[in-house]
Ligand binder design. Structure first.
Ligand SMILES: [Zn+2]
Length: 221
């Protein structure tokens, strides 16, 4: 882990950023707690949601958007792409997108497949639907139920410019924990760690804008 003795935050400098991502929601009990903690930490995040769960709780997905977070596509049914025929994958992707559309949410531009597993067809379906496939650089394994301090110790060293942290705001398939409290408890320390390195904690769309700006405009200094 590097400690920062970086350049001063001068005008025009685009700071680096890292992103917290939350899969498998929305969840009526846990998503509000994650949102409240993100508010408290003044952080923006990216949520990869399950279409069927958006159908059950569209107001939670809207709450995330209203607070400046991204709501992007995870799936409709939580199945590995490699276990689906090409047709089933196309159908699941369309169903998930339709659920977000029914809820009146912005059209997603990013897609994280269940377990991050792609089939040969996934990149093609992504292009057809105008979605960018997104993985992660840090896996907190929060589904296991480890304490937030343990997760911080294991994952914290990966916090760096451009880092994408995988977390969950709901109990997905295979979760070995009763609730998402330890994930909520990890948000503050991760934000502090990132900011200690001079990094902003931003959504992927904010991060993309920050990275596009200097290339488009020419970065001063
Ligand atoms: Zn998932």
């Amino acid at each position: 882990m590097t400690t920062t003795e970086g350049p001063p935050r001068g005008a025009g400098r685009v700071e680096g950023g890292c992103t917290l991502t939350f899969d498998d929601g929305p969840d009526s009990e846990w998503t509000p707690r994650v949102l409240a903690e993100l508010d408290r930490c003044e952080a923006r995040a990216t949520f990869f949601v399950i279409g069927a769960r958006v159908d059950c709780a569209p107001e939670l997905a809207h709450a995330a958007v209203d607070r400046g977070h991204d709501v992007e596509l995870h799936c409709d049914r939580h199945v590995r792409h490699t276990e689906l025929t090409d047709r089933e994958l196309e159908d699941d992707t369309r169903s998930g997108l339709l659920a977000l559309e029914r809820a009146g949410l912005p059209r997603p531009t990013r897609w994280r497949p269940p377990w991050g597993i792609c089939s040969e067809a996934s990149p093609r379906v992504a292009v057809e639907q105008g979605l960018e496939l997104v993985g992660w650089t840090i896996d907190t394994h929060d589904w296991r139920g480890d304490a937030s301090a343990e997760m911080l110790e294991a994952a914290g060293s990966g916090i760096e410019d451009g880092a994408i942290v995988l977390m969950h705001d709901a109990l997905g398939p295979g979760a070995r924990r009763q609730g998402v409290g330890e994930t909520v408890g990890l948000i503050g320390p991760l934000c502090a760690l990132a900011r200690g390195q001079g990094l902003r904690v931003v959504s992927l769309s904010q991060e993309a804008r920050a990275r596009a700006a200097p290339r488009r405009l020419g970065a001063p200094g």
